[in-house]
Design a protein around this ligand. Sequence first.
Ligand code: XCC
Ligand code: SF4
Length: 636
Amino acid sequence: MEKNNILEQMQNMTIDLNSKALIEKAEKDGVETMYKRKLGYKVQCGFGLQGVCCRNCGMGPCRISAKTPRGLCGADEHTIVGRNYARMCAGGAAAHSDHARDITHTLGLTTPGGAYQVAEPEKLKEFAQFMGVDPEGKDIYELAHEVSEVCLMEFGKPHGVSKLLARAPKVRQDIWKEYGIEPRAIDREIATVMHSTHIGCCADIDALVHMAFRCSMADGWAGSMIGTMLSDILFGTPKPVHTEANLNVLDGNNVNIILHGHEPTLSEMIVLASELPEMQDLAKEVGADGITLSGICCTGNELTMRHGIKIAGDFHQQELAIITGAVEAMIVDVQCIFPALAEVATHYHTKFITTSPKAQITGSTYMEFHEETALEDAKTIVREAILNFKNRDASKVMVPELKSEAMVGYAEEAIVGQLNNVVNTQIDDMNTLKPLIDVLASGVIRGVVGVVGCNNARTPSNYNHLTIMKELIKNDYLVVTTGCGASAAAKNGLMLKENAAKYAGKGLATVCQLVDIPPVIHLGSCVDNSRILNICSLVANALDMDIADLPVAGCAPEWMSEKAIAIGTYVVGSGIETFLGVMPPVTGSSRAVEILCGSIKDKVGACFHVNEDAEALAQDIMACIEAKRPHFEELY
Ligand code: XCC
Ligand code: SF4
């Protein structure tokens, strides 16, 4: 292949101009990136793509084809696809929930004046009450520890179903009961899927899908919901705040520290540590002007939501960030971290620092982080980063030109409150929700769409996200977003009220001006998709409706992780029609496709819709919401 041709092909795999510039730099520097590796994967495995490869036992791998329609044990394509799909849901639920478990333990470690404190005592009291813990007369830290214990039980309690289901409208709870997908203890649902998908267990596609739903429900309506709630209690409920996004946020004269991964327990401590005078002084001593923190992936989302910390980039920009040559340290915890970062970092001075026993990576600098010694650990890590500044090689530095401004930090309270012209109101009655409901019911805003999730190398990075978001807001659909979708929106100016007139339709643009919100609203990390469940529940409860009656939809235009599949599944399970821009590996089973994209709707009131053409997917979403509107308006 001609050299220029290779470069062009790689650059065509992203629409981000900073990324294109850095892909070129990577070529010059002789560094391999995901974009280069993708070229080597011209043809992907057809069995894998269709989900019909089984390696659940040592007699396999068995692969279903016309000539071999059954595995050695006799499993057919429906069984194999169903088992693989259920295992993806279990993987995703495990990741989100294990993250939530760590946050829950951290709440148990809070002390007055300690590294971890209770930032939102009122929210804690309210949540305690909801979880059946009486806050009356208790010291706030005593209460925090008690709530921590009660929440930990949600992971492994021997009896009963998730307590958080009670947040949903009663009709919805009845639907779950009827279909039998009320999740029991989180760990139990995950273990049950792993057990049932072992060789010689479940071999019925309906039962496998059912199990996948129940497990995913444990993610959305237990793990993720606890994760978000306790993160707010520990670190503060996000409030609207200004930030900047894309790799130009790296500062040429500062020590650049990028935080990448997911759990705020680590990143919040790095923020604290880096603000200490001793660290600022040390940065000056080594010749820098100061310290710039920025984030990638959901750690970036958590930090920007709570502190306005700048968003360096998304999942597909993690290697490129190091290739700028301007990063002293990339500090990671868990999830979505390319192992490739270790190799990329060897070409530059960047320290690639892993911190979690759950995500150790060969070739990284491993500095284990413990919540018990959080601030000390964070200081050690930040010091390591600062001292690395002297190793920066100016001849290798190229910080690309572009960044965008954005308003972020819209928790449930902020969205509802902003529409009500009061930030951080208590969302407890019809009055507070009325403005939101009114603009929806009148049709000034046609509907609300959660456009969320990852970047996937099977589509040009960011293309599907932006195409769909722009089309939706142009037609007066309000977009809420989390995860790497949120980064895409922030990088491209969609999170600015000032741009509403340019991108949004007349109705939405007017609302944006009136109540001071951007047309695309940053709702947080992927765990924070539970905020979407909360808002939908609040609105449905206020109107005495089911979530499935609301003019809302979910969309994951570039999903790639197992977490995203679990999210999609619990969103469907919650009665929200869900649109995917990338086909999940289920096409090998006609039955699986039939159920997931069709008959599951009879059980839960919604299903999956897949269209790999982003423009067409946007049209599908709008058509689906429009079809819901008459019924919604009638009920209203
Ligand atoms: Fe990971 Fe959460 Fe996906 Fe981004 S969106 S690639 S899961 S960081 Ni969550
Ligand atoms: Fe093959 Fe059955 Fe073993 Fe899967 S479980 S690898 S289909 S024999």
